[in-house]
Design a binder for this molecule. Structure first.
Ligand SMILES: *Cc1c(COP(=O)(O)O)cnc(C)c1O
Length: 426
């Protein structure tokens, strides 16, 4: 086997070193497989209950009236997330769009939005208007408050209580760490936070940005009181096969409003042609529990390897996992670039290109991204990215198969070793 890895430039020394670390991870991998098994059953039951059949895969065009496959897929999502309704559409062009629709559909001028978990994901800063932007919620008179997590990662209960006021309408909770060195929230912790906010102000709506969290645990935030869970189909729930799309699963009232915002008041969920993407959306959702499990194994392996090479990693190699993202604090721009070059060199697509830092819409510093994906920008496929700012953390995620994730991680480490940016312990 090490022969095959050496064809990629991975040394026998690194391969052997990593093999020993992997032996110690077997019990954790078994636990991940058990979660995938439960989630697989959940998806399968939802597909059977809703009588998915070949007619569901026919594309629709034009207005997309009577698109049985689209409507059935939305019921499948709603059943898996245990919600009254779901909107699952290729017209939700990415995760940010789905989140923007969910927020702008459920907040009116004069209302206030509260994030009790610190600064939200970079692209949401412009959606909310934290960074001024045309058409932001702020421009439409929606206020925003934020309560940061405590230094130990805990919730600032008193701060949250004080921030909730007569205008507070919707609470947004980001499950995953995104581009911040903060802990990812477990579904159980999200449940505690939802219950607390609703006890302070009954009737508050809670939306969870579920990006990268789907199928990591046997439960979802909608099982613990969230009114809406929102995510991208080119992350976990698309299983790597969805070529586009986003979802919003939640209460009938919230989802109806989202549908009116997405299409038009009066039209709502009745319109929206699905063209020819439905088979991929179904198949991807079917595979998503397994694909997510592979990505999770990759994340844990990366944590273990980089931690043993002396880097700060978040989460560490032993913590329980609530999303598929692994952050590694690389400490220098050179190491960040080398890591991304390794991930890129391991890709099935575009393996011959070299990623370079560049400005990106929605981000306030240069970003380097490594991705050699079948679906452009898909981050359930093996990918790494990081903003070019201290502490030069790389955020690593994905891998359609565990074996590909393993190879990419080894190749990233090899690049650091080759450039003297890391060394194997003696
Ligand atoms: C990916 C992501 C988003 C949305 O990003 P898109 O690139 O627009 O799909 C939002 N929040 C978090 C935490 C994310 O990881």
């Amino acid at each position: 086997m090490s022969n095959l890895y050496s064809a990629f430039g991975i040394s026998d020394a690194l391969y052997g070193y990593a093999g020993a670390l992997l032996d110690g991870l077997r019990p954790r991998f078994d636990a991940i497989d058990a979660t995938a098994e439960a989630n697989q059953a959940k998806v399968l039951l939802a597909m059977q209950k809703n009588r998915v059949d070949a007619a569901c895969f026919h594309g629709s065009t034009g207005y997309g009236y009577d698109d049985i496959g689209r409507d059935t897929l939305e019921r499948v999502y709603a059943d898996v997330f245990h919600t009254e309704a779901a909107l699952v559409r290729p017209q939700l062009v990415c995760g940010t769009h789905a989140l923007a629709v969910a927020l702008s559909a459920n907040l009116l001028p004069g209302d206030e939005l509260l994030s009790p978990v610190g600064k939200p994901y970079d692209t949401l800063e412009e959606v909310i208007g934290i960074r001024p932007s045309p058409c932001s919620l702020a421009e439409y008179g929606v206020g925003y408050r934020q309560v940061d997590l405590l230094p130990d990662g805990g919730f600032d209960w008193e701060g949250i209580r004080a921030a909730i006021n007569e205008k507070t309408k919707l609470v947004t909770i980001q499950r995953s760490k995104g581009y911040a060195m903060r802990p990812t929230l477990s579904v159980a912790r999200i449940g505690e936070l939802v219950a607390f906010c609703k006890s302070v102000k009954p009737g508050l709506l809670v939306m969870v940005d579920n990006c990268y969290g789907e199928f990591v645990e046997p439960m979802e935030p909608s099982d613990v009181g969230a009114d809406m869970v929102v995510g991208s189909l080119i992350k976990n729930p698309g299983g790597g096969l969805a070529p586009i799309g986003g979802y919003i699963a939640g209460t009938r009232e919230c989802v109806d409003r989202c549908a009116y915002r997405l299409s038009a008041p009066g039209l709502g969920q009745e319109v929206g042609a699905s063209l020819d993407v439905k088979t991929s959306l179904y198949q991807g959702f079917f595979l998503a529990p397994t694909v997510t499990a592979g990505a999770l194994k990759g994340a844990i392996f990366a944590a273990r390897l980089y931690e043993s090479l002396g880097f700060r990693v978040l989460p560490d190699g032993t913590e329980s996992r609530h999303d598929i993202i692994q952050a590694v604090e690389l400490g220098s721009p050179e190491a960040l670039v080398a890591f991304c070059e390794g991930i890129q060199a391991a890709a099935p697509v575009d393996s011959y290109v070299r990623p370079v830092p560049a400005p990106m819409p929605g981000y306030d510093s240069e970003v380097i991204m490594a991705a050699g994906a079948f679906v452009q920008g898909s981050s359930i496929e093996l990918s790494a990215d990081g903003p070019l700012r201290a502490p030069y953390s790389v955020y690593f995620q994905g891998g359609l198969t565990w074996y590909h994730a393993k190879l990419g991680i080894l190749l990233s480490a090899q690049k650091l070793l080759d450039r003297g940016l890391a060394a194997l312990p003696a």
